[in-house]
Design a protein around this ligand. Sequence first.
Ligand SMILES: *Cc1c(COP(=O)(O)O)cnc(C)c1O
Length: 421
Amino acid sequence: MNLSERDKAVNWHPYTQMKTADDIIPIVRGEGIYLFDDQGNKYIDAVSSWWVTLHGHAHPHIAKRVSEQLNTLEQVIFAGFTHEPAVQLSENLLKLLPENQKKVFYSDNGSTAVEVALKMCIQYAYNQKSKKTKILALKNAYHGDTFGAMSVSGRSAWTQPFSEMLFEVVFIDAPTSQNLDSLKAFIKNISDEIVCFIYEPLIQGAAGMLMHKAEDLSELMKFCREQNILMIQDEVFTGFGRTGKLFAANHLSEQPDIMCFSKGLTGGTMPMGITTCSQEIFDAFLSEDQYKTLFHGHSFTANPIACTAAIASMELLLKEETLQSIDLIAEKHSGFVKILEHHPKVQNVRQTGTILAWEIITSHQTSYFNNVGKLLYKEFLKRGVILRPLGNVMYLVPPYCITSEELDFIYHQITDVLDQF
Ligand SMILES: *Cc1c(COP(=O)(O)O)cnc(C)c1O
């Protein structure tokens, strides 16, 4: 049996209808923006392997640091113990965040980072004997696949089987200059009951790269601050340069109380989640009373190898050449936006930094199950580019090591496919 057949015999893949799934592709090696399959074909990873890979695959700097760490300390219980990578990573990260972010809580992935954030907010209220329990979230939000994260995500096919078991959340439209006044009026009415507002800043990724303006979100945040509503900024996707600045926070004029990170955190090398919070949140858990403790932790909390990968990835991210490369991608995307906008089969072209998205016009509605996505996925694979449309929404989220020529190659493939399509 080849690898594909052996896989089929034993593995159950994520977000995959296993009955109708196409043959999956065994990848044997990665280097830079390329992935190599067992037949010797190479593919440009234009979606950064589900938005995680920042500096390309198998980056030698991260590999070196991780392998050194493997030979020094691979894991230690993080209750009662600490280690250099966890301390250094927290120090390095906090320096880059809004100055009100003071403490770092480690977990394993984006969903758990969100779970921790929600528990921080709810117990913050509980510890102060506040009656606030309701949560505000954006329609179409995506915050992960665990139960709390699903609850604060938009209701969809993904959450439907569990709908009875998800806790109640008040969903509001993403802010626009037109709806801000009515959003504020709506929130003001229920603000006594609302403990926190969770949102993906600037880009609602999994919903299909829906984008809203920084100034509109800032305005909404300002209002939430006035209403004493805590803010959880989920930067799991937007963090570490994707939006053209280091964090979406750098586009906003207001500071959130809590922030969530994962995906690009380790450069895409290892799974890890981080939830950061303000001093005020942290202080609400300080007490002689044991019941006020945040009783949350994972076996691999602050795993030294994952921390080391994150430190190494952030070293690469802050290099002048990486920051220039991020600018270059954003600039090149802007040029391609102008071409796409004039294409008769394309609508709603949008861009934030290194993230570019557009919709294919079909006779069907824009949706995750729109079939055109599957056809396009296969066509681009044939051409050596991994693009994984969300239904009829296509997007590019390339690793930062991509060159100008490689971007041109992808753009060319896209216009070529669209012309023939
Ligand atoms: C992907 C994502 C998550 C979930 O992260 P996982 O590591 O897949 O659990 C949460 N929030 C946002 C904004 C995401 O894009």
